[in-house]
Design a binder for this molecule. Structure first.
Ligand code: MN3
Length: 240
């Protein structure tokens, strides 16, 4: 009798209870991977390592707040457009003109700042310029001093916010160029296109705490922390 009553109880279970038993099996489909989000890499040196050219407070705000915001806003902009899921940063940059302003500005901001941190090293610790890059600068600009003067002129002439670059153009020659906002010479929208080997941020957030309105002095001082070994390696790669 007891066995029969258990059977009856099972048969009278509400169908929804039986359905619940099936639910975990139905859920065992291949999980959709979360879209790969862009992340902010740590600085390749301590925040105060480039003092006195770039003070520690500027470095912390610039990397931890400004660059972080480009990364966060890029992730939001990409998440809003399913066609951009998984597209590498370099492709977002080179296709920037066909994408939203949010993607263009924040992909540019992320690419430019990553490039910028890697361009620098504590004074005296960066590598030496290669004979090949030195010769190319001599040939194109008439020597290092003239190159630096031309780079400074382009950086100070950039109205508002932007960047100044040394690039290798499609003709294999060096050129100095400047871009507004967070654009860069890799973008399809750049006036002068090429492969950047060196770039300096001339947004006020990059220098104002230390240099205030003296952008030209910041551009002069900045050479102390440029890692010419890194720049030379980029030049060699661009010429391959
Ligand atoms: Mn910046």
């Amino acid at each position: 009798m007891k066995r029969l009553s258990i059977l009856v109880a099972a048969l009278t279970l509400p169908t929804t209870w039986l359905g619940m038993g099936m639910a975990p099996i139905a859920a065992q489909t291949t999980p959709v991977p979360a879209p790969a989000a862009f992340t902010l890499a740590p600085l390749p040196y301590a925040a105060d390592a480039l003092e006195p050219v770039i003070d520690a407070e500027t470095m912390r705000i610039h990397h931890g707040k400004h660059h972080q915001a480009y990364v966060d806003n890029l992730n939001k902009a990409v998440a809003a457009d399913p066609s951009l899921a998984g597209v590498p940063l370099e492709q977002l940059v080179t296709r920037a003109g066909a994408l939203s302003a949010a993607v263009r500005n924040n992909a540019g901001g992320h690419w430019n700042h990553t490039f910028f941190w890697e361009t620098m090293a504590p004074a005296g610790s960066g590598g030496a310029i290669s004979p090949e890059l030195s010769a190319a600068i001599d040939a194109q600009f008439g020597g290092m001093d003239k190159f630096k003067a031309a780079f400074k002129a382009a950086g100070t002439a950039r109205f508002g916010s932007g960047w100044v670059w040394l690039i290798v153009g499609a003709n294999g020659k060096l050129a100095i160029t400047s871009t507004p906002n967070q654009d860069n010479p890799l973008m399809d929208v750049a006036e002068v296109k090429g492969t950047p080997v060196l770039g300096n941020d001339v947004w006020e957030h990059a220098y104002y705490l230390k240099w205030q309105n003296r952008r030209g002095d910041y551009l002069d001082g900045w050479w102390q922390v440029v890692d010419w070994g890194k720049v030379s390696a980029r030049y060699a790669a661009a010429m391959r």
